[in-house]
Design a protein. Structure first.
Length: 341
């Protein structure tokens, strides 16, 4: 759906040259939710603005829904932009217009006849759960409601791609969740491709299928969210993943717990994808005749499954413990024996 080839954006000021986006190659598939994460100044906003030509590339190609955007100007560019909706961190609503009128605005620009406009706006208000607030002004809405208007407006012209520029960064955690749920709902109902930029790994973990990590204008790592969480390669990615973990689950922090659990091997269990959904530990205890002391760990959920690490101590006779380790591996749980106390 989106192909970026050797894309760069250099801002030239009187004193300086800033390479905000540096030779980026990226492909985003139709119907996926693709997240771009990076710290402030990494070039995320510039990259997302290059997708709809709010910024023009210095070099490189931007192909969206089969169109080479950087060659377009005037009417063809306006038409191509109708395929691309955009949602902003600070909503960018028109304050003197009601909810209805804000959502209607892009349809007026596209010269959609009034009756059709009214029908479409009513559908969109229903979709984002704001039918009751049609006549309210932005100043009368909560942050989450304002963003719902922003999303409805971005969807008005039935785009193929929705760009979200830090769409939840101004919202509290509960409202963030409800907006993320709405984005997933829209993605599933309409097969809409969503590209979002964020500095929060939580957003990536909760709704994205794939992720790219940006640093100094470059994409330094990308892949399926679950893979990147399980095996981050670059230091910056590790920092973002760590941001998620409440505590570092290292052997160092587990060893002190041993004095309370004097016998039996300590095993690090790594749950990958579907495995963590299953009551594996319960089955382990019932079927293998071992007891399991859970020492420490954390399981987190991503859109495509769960991942996480548990440190456990297995207690039982040697053959039961061997049977338990075999059982774990058969059930897609990586089991690494760390100490044989
Ligand atoms: N119009 C501009 N003129 C000059 N420099 C710019 C311009 N826009 C962005 N930059 C610079 O380009 C770099 C990348 O900025 P960008 O806003 O894309 O990063 P970001 O990852 O989105 O960060 P933030 O989340 O803080 O917006 C920064 O060094 C920024 O100062």
């Amino acid at each position: 759906m989106i192909h970026l080839q050797q894309l760069s954006k250099i801002f030239r000021t009187k004193k300086d040259e800033i390479t905000a986006v540096d030779n980026v190659d990226l492909s985003i598939r139709e119907g996926e939710i693709f997240g771009i994460i990076g710290y402030s100044g990494a070039g995320k906003s510039t990259l997302i603005r290059l997708l709809n030509m709010l910024e023009r590339p210095t070099i490189g190609e931007v192909i969206v829904a089969g169109k080479e955007m950087s060659t377009l100007r005037g009417k063809p560019l306006r038409e191509a932009r109708q395929n691309i909706g955009m949602v902003f961190q600070h909503f960018n609503l028109l304050w003197s217009r009601t909810v209805f009128e804000n959502i209607s605005f892009p349809l007026e620009i596209a010269r959609v006849p009034k009756a059709e406009r009214t029908k479409r706006v009513n559908e969109l208000m229903e979709l984002v759960g704001l039918s009751e607030r049609a006549n309210a002004y932005p100043s009368e809405l909560s942050g989450g409601q304002k963003q719902r208007v922003g999303i409805a407006r971005a969807l008005a012209n039935d785009p193929k791609v929705l760009l979200c520029d830090e769409a939840t960064s101004a919202l509290d955690p509960k409202t963030t969740d409800s907006i993320l749920d709405l984005l997933v709902d829209i993605n599933q109902k309409f097969g809409l491709t969503i590209v979002l930029i964020t500095h929060e790994m939580y957003v990536i973990r909760k709704i994205c299928h794939r992720v790219a990590v940006m640093e100094d204008g470059k994409i330094v790592e990308q892949g399926d969210v679950l893979d990147v969480f399980r095996q981050p390669k670059k230091q910056i990615t590790k920092e973002f993943v760590k941001q998620m973990a409440e505590q570092e689950e290292t052997l160092d922090t587990v060893v002190p717990l041993l004095k309370d659990h004097p016998s039996g091997p300590i095993v690090k269990l790594m749950f990958l994808g579907e495995g963590a959904e299953e009551p594996v530990i319960t089955h382990l205890i019932r079927q293998c005749g071992v007891s399991v002391n859970i020492l420490q760990g954390k399981i987190s959920r991503t859109k495509d499954g769960s991942y996480g690490t548990l440190f456990v101590q297995l207690q039982g006779n040697t053959s039961h413990i061997e049977q338990a380790l075999a059982f774990l591996r058969e059930n897609n749980v990586e089991a690494e024996v760390l100490t044989d106390v």
